[in-house]
Design a protein around this ligand. Structure first.
Ligand SMILES: Cc1cc2nc3c(=O)[nH]c(=O)nc-3n(C[C@H](O)[C@H](O)[C@H](O)COP(=O)(O)OP(=O)(O)OC[C@H]3O[C@@H](n4cnc5c(N)ncnc54)[C@H](O)[C@@H]3O)c2cc1C
Length: 434
């Protein structure tokens, strides 16, 4: 089992739901303390197995089912604690991929820091010439004998500016077809040779970045899976990415960016809570249906038959999405990678985000175009609405999800692929990029 610095892990009575819930409440009562630092709180959570209770015990979790895991969130949310350090990319993508493909040393080196929120991650996949066609990536890793030097450009990398580590796909063999010459590296972002430039989006956020790699070093120990087998390892990450797109911490929990660079670790919790904005920021790109309903009730448009229809449709979409997400979770709990369920969930989320934008803008009219804290909902309508197109692109576009559903769920013929047996170096894109 991976050890953490925290003292004794409680013996949770996980087989008895009532005792488990009571034990959790006792634990929270003795451990949640707004006078301690965020680092200490996350360390306590990790030490008790509560950062990732659904992870297997040997990786620092409690091996709980999703249902029992959600009891942990429910109890923590009931007290309004800071959420476990569940940075999307690290916790939901890097963690499960490392658990599945990593060596014992990689798991021991990387997972505890993730669970304690000390390190955050980013995903260095997309490139200016390789997005939907990810296997066409051109970033090169050259073997130097004791490791690799990586050179190339990545783009749209969420939270790369605050990440200590990255999941990196790079080409290690251009003489074989494109999916066969890629290696999956675990890159240390704190080194010379890596320049990160945040990109400001139209809603004012700067959540993703361009990353320039110029002879960035990766050691032999930081290859995940085998050399040139990165595309196979990557399938694990992509499956988790599609299925996790909808999951957010339970309402009531305070979400906080993890990792040393985010600057939260050594802050005292009371100060963090006090400094929070008065209007809660939405981490997603859709408004909760109750909030949209409240907007319509407040300005009288709820009486408009057209708005009422749209409100019901919005509610229905959210409920259907919730149920589809349960199927993804059931697949995971049964030890299966979620397949088309993940694509369906992702596609429906895109539609929900567009609906949220269109409906909230229709209800609020010109007021929805106002920005800043004095605007309706503290400017959140505009910020969330303008963020909605990104959902249809990040993690695989809507069109790509439709391809996956067509091919894997409906059994339609695969897209024609003329480059399956062509060496990467002979592809037109490769010649243009080199
Ligand atoms: C919010 C957000 C967060 C992101 N985070 C990350 C991240 O952390 N790390 C990372 O590496 N990348 C990230 N990305 C990048 C994202 O994965 C790519 O933008 C995405 O895969 C699409 O690639 P592209 O932008 O190159 O578009 P292209 O692949 O060039 O696509 C252009 C258009 O063509 C369509 N198209 C392409 N191929 C097909 C096909 N075969 N069939 C039908 N239509 C097709 C697409 O659907 C799209 O409409 C993020 C993007 C966004 C918006």
């Amino acid at each position: 089992m991976i050890t953490t610095d925290a003292p004794q892990r409680p013996l949770w009575p996980v087989d008895d739901p009532v005792a488990f819930r009571a034990g959790l409440r006792d634990w929270v009562e003795s451990n949640w303390d707004t006078a301690i630092t965020v680092r200490e709180w996350w360390s306590r959570l990790a030490g008790a197995g509560l950062s990732a209770p659904t992870w297997p015990e040997r990786f620092g979790g409690l091996g709980l089912s999703n249902r029992d895991g959600s009891v942990v969130e429910e109890v923590l949310a009931g007290v309004g604690t800071i959420a476990a350090p569940m940075g999307h990319v690290g916790f939901k993508l890097a963690g499960p991929t490392i658990m599945e493909h990593g060596t014992a040393q990689q798991c021991a080196k990387l997972l505890p820091a993730l669970l304690r929120g000390e390190e955050s991650w980013c995903q260095l996949y997309s490139e200016p010439g390789a997005g939907s066609d990810l296997p066409g990536l051109a970033t090169k890793a050259v073997d130097t004998g004791d490791g690799w030097l990586v050179t190339g450009q990545k783009v749209w990398n969420s939270s790369a500016d605050v990440a200590q580590r990255a999941m990196l796909l790079a080409r290690t063999d251009a003489d074989v077809p494109k999916t066969q010459g890629i290696t999956y590296f675990l890159l240390d972002m704190n080194q010379p040779g890596i320049e990160v430039r945040p990109i400001v989006q139209m809603n004012g956020d700067a959540k993703f970045c361009e990353v320039f790699l110029d002879d960035a070093y990766v050691s032999r120990d930081d290859v995940l899976g085998r050399l040139n087998n990165g595309w196979v390892v990557n399938r694990t990450t992509l499956a988790y990415e599609r299925s996790s797109v909808a999951s957010r911490p339970r309402r009531g929990l305070v979400e906080l960016a993890s990792g040393a660079k985010s600057g939260n670790l050594d802050r005292v919790i009371a100060e963090v809570l006090q400094a929070r904005p008065k209007v809660a920021r939405h981490t997603g790109n859709a408004l909760p249906w109750k909030q949209v309903l409240a907007l319509a009730q407040a300005n009288g448009t709820a009486a408009d038959p057209c708005v009422r229809q749209e409100l019901v449709q919005y509610y229905t979409m959210i409920e259907l999405q919730r149920m589809t997400a349960l199927r993804s979770k059931a697949a995971l709990a049964a030890g299966r990678h979620p397949g088309p369920e993940g694509s369906i969930t992702k596609l429906v989320i895109s539609q929900i985000c567009r609906k949220s934008r269109d409906l909230s803008f229709a209800i609020m009219g010109a007021y929805a175009t106002l920005a800043g804290e004095s605007a309706p909902e503290g400017g959140e309508l505009l910020r969330v609405g303008l963020g909605s197109p990104g959902v249809s692109i990040g993690g695989g576009t809507d069109e790509i999800q439709r391809n996956t559903i067509g091919e894997r769920a409906l059994g339609l013929p695969h897209e024609p692929q003329t480059d399956r047996n062509v060496a990467f170096k002979d592809l037109v894109g490769a010649r243009r990029q080199s």
